[in-house]
Design a protein around this ligand. Structure first.
Ligand SMILES: Cc1cc2nc3c(=O)[nH]c(=O)nc-3n(C[C@H](O)[C@H](O)[C@H](O)COP(=O)(O)OP(=O)(O)OC[C@H]3O[C@@H](n4cnc5c(N)ncnc54)[C@H](O)[C@@H]3O)c2cc1C
Length: 368
């Protein structure tokens, strides 16, 4: 249930095993976090060990599904650009231990980094952490096309505009009637109110609101190459917490950039198939996050972006926000509220990265 990336990944994993699958989706098409994100498959953000393995496994399944569905993706890796001594220290420390920890990344001197990315600002660049594992998909294109692929290739049936209102197996009650099912996977994103509201209320899960922007297409087929991030991102993903040099960077940012701390801003740039640059983001937590956007946040994001990236043009064509569900301590939330029902949500800021790998784990466990 749910035609966001988590629901589609579980439908794919079940259907590949020959099971009959129906996906119920509240909206006419996916319109949650899965179509509002950067489209970044970002293993480098996952801590070494099981989560990194899940992300890399997920990436392989993404590639397989996208190839089969003939959908575009850009396996161009990522660059974390360093402009301060403390950013260099974190990135270099991470790069030194990366191969032993399962990451495919290395430190680049400024000229090498600049040669990999026409968008990287060479002024003051102290080098970059280059990783080959990151991949960019076009979220809107992909989420719109995958249902048709799953339908044609695996016979998955989609019932859009049909919210699930209650589950009492073997019955599922929707807004349009009753259906029979042997097993239900509830991939409800950040809807905590419709199904199992008490369970969600007790879970500690909350919402996170993120502001995003997108340019119009860059001219002449200009391509970004590796997705870009910089110093602020080094303090955002838990993978970098192993670095002894990180606290100094965090302290400087807290001291010098309090507005970025306040709004949880770190800045990344990816590119869509049509050539637009997707830019974000901020993080405001709470079950009732403000749904009006803050121009100040967009301004801060664009100001920081200008310190590390340049594009043929920066004409903002779209602004939007998204919400995702997030558990306070777990990387995702998977519970079984009753026999035959599995809730899988709260993948936080890594749902695109993890969903296919997580779905394999969940479906395998369900089959055991
Ligand atoms: C701005 C932004 C940027 C991000 N960038 C990245 C990124 O680059 N890389 C990355 O890995 N992750 C990223 N994320 C996180 C990622 O997008 C999410 O973790 C992921 O999309 C969550 O997928 P989901 O399927 O759980 O939720 P959703 O995409 O929200 O889908 C849930 C679906 O379930 C449906 N639904 C809910 N309740 C019912 C019901 N009762 N009946 C029927 N249907 C129902 C909803 O209508 C919805 O379509 C980002 C998120 C945001 C918001």
């Amino acid at each position: 249930m749910g035609a966001g990336i988590a629901g589609l990944a579980h439908a794919y994993a079940e259907a590949k095993r020959g099971r009959r699958v129906i996906v119920f989706e509240r909206s006419a098409k996916a319109r949650g976090a899965s179509v509002r994100n950067f489209g970044l498959i970002w293993p480098i953000g996952q801590p070494a060990g099981p989560m990194l393995e899940m992300a890399l496994h997920s990436r392989r399944i993404w590639q397989e599904a996208l190839d089969a569905a003939r959908l575009p993706c850009f396996a161009s890796g990522s660059l974390h650009l360093a402009y301060h001594a403390d950013e260099r220290a974190v990135a270099q420390e991470f790069a030194a231990s990366a191969p032993a920890n399962g990451y495919d990344c290395r430190w680049l001197e400024p000229e090498q980094a600049a040669s990999l990315s026409a968008a990287a600002n060479p002024s003051g660049l102290g080098g970059a952490l280059y990783s080959t594992s990151e991949m960019t998909v076009d979220p809107r294109l992909t989420l719109a096309a995958l249902p048709a692929f799953l339908e044609e290739r695996y016979g998955v049936r989609f019932r859009f505009q049909e919210p699930v209102l209650a589950i009492r197996l073997p019955l599922i009650e929707t807004s349009r009637g009753r259906h029979q099912a042997g097993r239900v996977l509830v991939c409800n994103g950040d809807d905590f109110e419709t199904l199992y509201p008490d369970l969600f209320a007790a879970s500690g899960i909350t919402r996170c609101k993120l502001q995003m922007m997108r340019t119009s297409p860059q001219p002449g087929g200009w391509r970004l190459g590796p997705a870009l991030a910089a110093g602020l991102t080094l303090r955002f993903y838990s993978s970098f917490r192993v670095c002894a040099a990180l606290p100094a960077l965090e302290l400087r940012i807290a001291r010098e950039m309090p507005d970025y701390e306040r709004w949880g801003i770190h800045v990344m740039a990816s590119q869509t198939a049509a050539g637009e640059i997707t830019i974000g983001d901020s993080h405001e937590y709470g079950p009732e996050a403000d749904f009006f956007d803050k121009p100040e946040i967009d301004r801060l994001i664009l100001e920081y972006l200008a310190t590390f990236a340049r594009f043929p043009h920066l004409e903002i064509a779209q602004r939007w926000h998204g919400f995702y569900a997030r558990h306070p301590v777990q990387p995702y939330w998977s519970v079984s509220p009753e026999d035959g029902v599995q809730v899988v949500t709260a993948l936080g800021g890594a749902g695109m990265t993890l969903s296919f790998g997580l779905a394999e784990t969940i479906v395998r466990q369900g089959a055991a």
